[in-house]
Design a protein around this ligand. Structure first.
Ligand SMILES: C[S@@+](CC[C@H](N)C(=O)[O-])C[C@H]1O[C@@H](n2cnc3c(N)ncnc32)[C@H](O)[C@@H]1O
Length: 277
């Protein structure tokens, strides 16, 4: 079977519209063409147009999900860019704890969470800090469009590579080692929630509720400018006043977007939604 450059571009535009990612021509013609051919074969298609018709016209949600799972880059690990979690636990959450009414739950969203390591890391940091969770309830939610990644997050079973940045005493405390795998202990699993959500879907995002903190690391770098701006507007809408947005180290809110106030707290650059911003 052959897939032409025109067909690859058609699929690239479809994905761009649906989930925001933009794959450049060279990656499309190499890595993704190979992945796509494999998927089509697995699904029993001998012609790209047949596949595309089912995807777009029949709106097959299974086919769409399989395609999304093939295209996603899920790279993540525990304690990735740990200094941001330090800023969260040492500065941001203590400030929010003082500002929010005593009985209000503090809601933290990881969007995207990939296979869960980022959200479990936040839960571990909170448990290690120890004082805040005695005084305040927290709700930790992780979302991703990749259903395989969310299934892995819910299972909570990781390779040695995933936990390589964790100190041995924390591995001992929060994981059960079976063979080469590390399984998250039940008490940690109970502290987090995961859901399949497309961040580009404004309706689904609004239904999640309002958040005090949003982590969105290492996804917007894969998005085109327009989708990135749409997602930032969505984050603004679901962030409470005085709430904080953390982006990946290579990501920035464009300087002409004045909705967020950027600042350095601890070792991290963060974005704050203020009543006057
Ligand atoms: C490189 S991972 C980043 C994971 C984690 N935040 C980190 O920094 O370690 C990027 C994730 O973005 C997810 N993603 C891409 N587009 C998305 C969308 N439209 N909605 C939700 N998740 C998306 C992918 O499925 C992938 O799991």
């Amino acid at each position: 079977m052959e897939i032409s450059d025109y067909q690859l571009k058609k699929l690239r535009n479809y994905l761009n519209n649906e989930i925001g990612i933009y794959v450049d021509d060279s990656k499309m013609q190499t890595i993704y063409k190979r992945k796509l051919l494999k998927l089509l074969k697995e699904k029993g298609y001998s012609d790209f147009e047949e596949f595309y018709k089912d995807l777009v016209l029949k709106k097959s949600s299974f086919l769409k999900q399989d395609l999304i799972n093939v295209f996603m880059v899920n790279e993540t690990y525990f304690f990735r860019e740990k200094y941001q979690f330090d800023t969260l636990v040492k500065h941001v959450l203590p400030e929010l704890h003082i500002k929010r009414p005593a009985n209000e739950i503090i809601n933290i969203l990881c969007a995207p969470v990939s296979s869960g390591e980022e959200l479990y890391s936040i839960a571990i940091m909170l448990m290690e800090e120890g004082e805040l969770i005695k005084k305040r309830d927290f709700m930790l939610l992780g979302i991703d469009v990749d259903s395989d990644a969310i299934a892995k997050a819910k299972a909570g079973i990781y390779s040695a590579r995933s936990v390589h940045k964790l100190p041995p005493e924390l591995i001992e405390k929060y994981f059960v080692k079976t063979g080469n795998l590390y399984k998250v202990k039940d008490f940690l699993k109970k502290a987090v929630n995961f859901k399949i959500v497309n961040i580009m879907d404004k309706y689904q995002m609004k239904k999640l509720g309002m958040f005090d903190v949003i982590f969105s690391r290492n996804m917007l770098i894969y998005f085109d400018e327009k989708s990135k701006r749409e997602v930032l507007a969505t984050f603004y809408n679901i962030l409470k006043n005085d709430g904080y947005l953390f982006l990946g180290h290579a990501e920035r809110v464009p300087s002409d977007i004045v909705l967020f106030k950027s600042m350095k707290i601890g070792d991290s650059f963060v974005y704050k939604k203020t009543a006057d911003s």
